[in-house]
Design a protein around this ligand. Structure first.
Ligand code: MUC
Ligand code: MG
Length: 367
C-alpha cells in the first residue's frame, strides 16, 4: 500500500439555496477532492470542505498545504503506517479539514486494498444512520415549510434549528413555529454557532423550556470561559461543543472545565482516526456524541455514515447527514439516498463510493 501520489483537486458546485447560520453562510460547495494513489493502482478518495469562519481554512489553503507539505511528506510511506503518517501531518498545526480528508482517503485505500468496507474495519456496529436535517436561517414560516418538505420527502423527523440571530424574538419564534408546525413527534435541537451571549442563551433556553428541545449546541463562544461554564451548569439539556472541539485536547478541556457535556464529532475535521479517539474520550467520560455536519457534500456525508454506523454511541442519535440535498449536483456515480429518514452503509470495499469522471471534469477549478 505504498503511497505514490496525493492529489488535492479544488471543485465548486453551486447550492440551489444558501445555508445561513450565525457564523457564516454557504452558497457554493467550494471543496477539495483528495485522492491518494498507491503503487498497486488503488485510489482512495475523500473531500475537504473549507470553513474559514470556523477553522480558518480556505479552498486555496487546503490545496496549498496538501500540495506543498502533506503530499511530499506522505509519498513513499505505506497507507498502513497510520500512526507515523499522523505524526508527520501533525508537525503542521491547524488545517483540520485538509488532514481529515487525507486520513479518510487513506482508510479508503486500506479498505479497497483489503476488499473490506471501512465501516466494518472501524467497528461495524450497524447498517444505517438515522438522519437529522439542519434548518438554516430564514423567516420562521420558511423554516417550517422546509422542515415539513424534508419530512414528507425523506421521512426525516429530527431537525437541528440554527439560532444565534435575535434571541428573544426571531430565534425563539422560529423554534416555536417549528414545534407548532411539526407537532410533538419530531426531535428538535438548536445550534447557535456562538451567536448569543451566555445570558442571552440562558434566557432564550428558559423561554423555550416548553418546546422539548433535546440538545443545545455552541450557543455562545467557548472563549466566554466563565460565562459558558455558568450557562452549562444551569442548562437542563446536554450542551454540545462543536467548533470549540476541533482536537482531542480541546475535547478534554471543554468537558473537564464544564464548558460542555456532549460532543459533536465531525469526520470532516477529525477524519476517522482522530474521531475514534474523540469517541473514546466521550465513552470514557460518559458524555453523549452527535455526528455533526460541516456542510458536507455527498462524499463527506458517506464518510459520516461510515463512521457513525460503525459505533454504538454515534449511531444512537440521528446524524446530521442531509444538507447535500441543497447542492445542485455532486461528484458520485451512485448518489447518497435518504430513505425513511435513514442512510444505509454500503457493502462495497472502502468507503463504497466512486467519483464520476465527467462530473469531476465539469466542476474542477484547476483546469
Ligand atoms: C454546524 O453544526 O455548526 C456550520 C459551520 C460549520 O463548520 O458547520 C456548520 C454546522
Ligand atoms: Mg454546530
Amino acid at each position: 500500500m505504498k503511497i505514490t501520489q496525493v492529489e488535492a483537486i479544488p471543485f465548486a458546485i453551486p447550492y440551489r439555496k444558501p445555508l445561513r447560520f450565525a457564523s457564516g453562510e454557504v452558497n457554493t460547495a467550494d471543496h477539495v477532492l483528495v485522492r491518494v494513489h498507491t503503487e498497486d493502482g488503488v485510489v482512495g478518495v475523500a473531500e475537504a470542505p473549507p470553513r474559514p469562519y470556523t477553522y480558518g481554512e480556505t479552498q486555496e489553503s487546503i490545496v496549498a498545504v496538501i500540495r506543498k507539505i502533506f503530499a511530499p511528506e506522505l509519498v513513499g510511506m505505506s497507507a498502513l503506517e497510520r500512526e507515523a503518517i499522523h505524526a508527520r501531518l501533525h508537525r503542521t498545526v491547524g488545517n483540520p479539514a485538509a488532514k481529515a480528508a487525507i486520513d479518510m482517503a487513506l482508510w479508503d485505500v486500506i479498505g479497497k486494498s483489503l476488499q473490506v468496507p471501512v465501516t466494518q474495519l472501524l467497528g461495524g456496529y450497524t447498517d444505517r444512520m438515522r438522519v437529522s436535517h439542519m434548518v438554516g436561517f430564514a423567516s420562521p414560516a420558511h423554516m417550517v415549510a422546509e422542515a415539513q418538505r424534508v419530512r414528507s420527502e425523506y421521512g426525516i423527523t429530527t431537525f437541528k434549528v440554527k439560532v444565534g440571530r435575535r434571541p428573544y424574538t426571531l430565534d425563539v419564534e422560529a423554534c416555536r413555529a417549528l414545534r407548532e408546525g411539526l407537532g410533538e413527534d419530531v426531535e428538535l435541537y438548536i445550534d447557535g454557532n456562538r451567536g448569543w451571549t451566555p445570558s442571552e442563551s440562558a434566557r432564550a433556553l428558559d423561554e423555550m423550556s416548553d418546546l422539548g428541545l433535546t440538545l443545545a449546541e455552541e450557543l455562545c463562544p467557548a472563549d466566554d470561559v466563565l460565562g459558558r461554564r455558568w450557562l452549562v451548569q444551569q442548562c437542563k439539556i446536554p450542551f454540545v461543543a462543536d467548533e470549540s472541539v476541533a482536537r482531542p485536547g480541546e475535547v478534554a478541556r471543554e468537558l473537564l472545565s464544564g464548558a460542555a457535556n456532549a460532543i459533536s464529532i465531525k469526520t470532516a475535521r477529525t477524519g476517522f482516526t482522530t474521531s475514534q479517539r474523540v469517541l473514546a474520550q466521550c465513552e470514557g467520560l460518559g458524555v453523549e456524541a452527535v455526528i455533526g455536519n460541516q456542510i458536507d457534500g455527498q462524499i463527506g456525508t458517506m464518510c459520516s455514515v461510515v463512521f457513525g454506523a460503525a459505533f454504538r454511541l454515534t449511531s444512537q442519535r440521528a446524524g446530521e447527514l442531509s444538507n447535500f440535498l441543497d447542492m445542485s449536483d455532486d461528484l458520485l456515480t451512485d448518489p447518497v439516498r435518504i430513505v425513511d429518514g435513514t442512510v444505509a452503509v454500503r457493502s462495497q470495499p472502502g468507503l463504497g463510493i466512486e467519483i464520476d469522471p465527467e462530473k469531476l471534469a465539469r466542476y474542477r477549478q484547476d483546469n
